[in-house]
Design a protein around this ligand. Structure first.
Ligand SMILES: Cc1cc2nc3c(=O)[nH]c(=O)nc-3n(C[C@H](O)[C@H](O)[C@H](O)COP(=O)(O)OP(=O)(O)OC[C@H]3O[C@@H](n4cnc5c(N)ncnc54)[C@H](O)[C@@H]3O)c2cc1C
Length: 383
């Protein structure tokens, strides 16, 4: 048996980053990871977009802070996190798309995003061609966010964990948490599947992403409105150099593209696999074909690209309103949960960790995390 002020459950980017800040503040911390660090959504090939363009407005205060943190993160953590500020473009092909998209809405998006800390300009086709000369003839303009970029999710996660360890945090891999032992509203101990028991001095952070809601429901009796998806990502090799010279998203097509290594392009953007037998996901042929088709529609040269790898192995938790839940678990006094990233939790991780660890240290919810309170899902009629 061992005792720590803070027990962090989950060794993805969020758990490792929170553990880093807690340890750096002089707290005793243990991080318990069921498998290995960065083995779920915070791992795998390629990079993750650090994108403000077209992000939910409620996340922009965190993203704005993350924008300032990312360029210095490698120095802070003492390891290369693979961050590049490439800039990003959301390509537009149509005058109007649904109720929110198209050229007609671009100016309003640029105006609001810029006001909230994500400098964004509407660019015409000429300017798109300056940035992306090989783009399809169908593109009529775009939303350009020059501060967008990308980072290496595995390197970032491991860098946070290593830095946390240098400040004294204990990281245990192969430690699946199966029980939370309660004394009224307070969780006093966390118990793993091998029977190992960790006494909780102050608080527990459930940063287990797809594993968070099942654990919280089973052990604390609280059903969080989250579900699991298996986002698909492809690695493709174009015939020539990569046409995706910056982070590319699309207003009306389900695709995002980034050049990740020596001319190899990572293609993703919302296509999904299905649950496999072992808790990870597996690819579906039609989803791979659909994603490749969209990539080829944006850059015709990619229609002839070689598919190197397709994966939908990594589970991600999704929230009903597409932004995370970051809160104290209702009915408990000392358990926080941070999950429901809905496919875009990496970019804001450095900022979330600052705020979340501050909350765990002070006991006070920081204003930047107020939009992610779980009571936003609770009926208020008549109150
Ligand atoms: C293919 C793909 C592309 C993406 N693209 C982007 C992008 O471009 N930009 C962006 O911002 N975000 C992106 N995301 C989302 C982003 O990667 C995730 O939101 C983020 O990595 C989540 O981090 P996490 O630490 O919460 O979860 P995870 O990395 O999933 O870590 C949770 C950890 O908890 C562990 N765990 C679970 N249950 C238990 C338990 N009971 N006991 C102990 N440990 C447990 C798991 O083993 C896992 O390691 C993408 C995700 C995927 C899968």
């Amino acid at each position: 048996m061992s005792s720590y002020q803070h027990v962090v459950i989950g060794g993805g980017v969020h758990g490792c980053a929170a553990a880093y800040h807690l340890a750096r503040s002089g707290r005793s911390v243990v991080l318990l990871e069921a498998a290995t660090l960065a083995s779920a959504a915070s791992g795998g090939f390629g990079k993750r977009g650090v994108r403000g363009n077209k992000r939910d407005l409620r996340e922009l205060p965190l993203l704005r802070r993350a924008y300032t943190l990312w360029p210095g993160l490698s120095d802070l953590l003492g390891a290369d996190v693979g961050y590049e500020r490439t800039g990003g473009v959301n390509l537009i092909e149509r005058p109007a798309t649904g109720l929110r998209g198209g050229l007609v809405a671009a100016r309003a998006h640029a105006q609001v995003q810029s006001a909230l800390g994500v400098p964004t300009e509407v660019i015409d086709r000429e300017r798109v061609l300056d940035l992306l000369p090989e783009v399809t003839d169908a593109v009529v303009g775009g939303l350009h966010a020059p501060l967008d970029g990308m980072g290496d999710q595995t390197a970032t996660t491991r860098a946070y964990a290593a830095a946390a360890q240098r400040f004294g945090a204990v990281v245990v891999e192969g430690a699946r948490v199966t029980r939370l032992e309660r004394d009224g509203a307070v969780v006093r101990a966390v118990i793993c599947d091998d029977g190992e028991r960790y006494e909780v001095g102050e608080s527990v952070l459930v940063a287990a992403n797809a594993g968070a809601a099942p654990l919280v429901e089973r052990e604390l009796g609280v059903a969080l409105p989250l579900w699991t998806i298996y986002p698909q990502a492809l690695r493709i090799r174009p015939p020539g150099t990569s046409p995706a010279r910056l982070l590319v998203g699309h207003d009306s097509r389900t695709v995002s593209l980034k050049t990740v290594e020596d001319g190899v392009v990572m293609v993703s953007g919302g296509w999904q696999g299905r649950p496999g037998s072992d808790g990870s996901g597996e690819v579906l042929e039609d989803q791979v074909e659909g994603n490749l088709r969209e990539a080829g529609a944006v850059f015709p040269a990619l229609a002839a690209a070689e598919l190197l790898e397709a994966s939908a192995a990594r589970p991600e938790s999704c929230a009903q309103d597409q932004i995370p839940i970051i809160d104290v678990v209702p009915g408990t006094a000392n358990v926080l949960v941070a999950a429901g990233w809905t496919g875009h939790g990496f970019a804001i991780a450095p900022a979330v960790a600052e705020e979340l660890s501050g909350w765990m240290l002070s006991g006070r919810r920081p204003p930047a995390l107020a939009p992610f309170a779980v009571d936003r899902f609770v009926e208020r009629v008549g109150t």
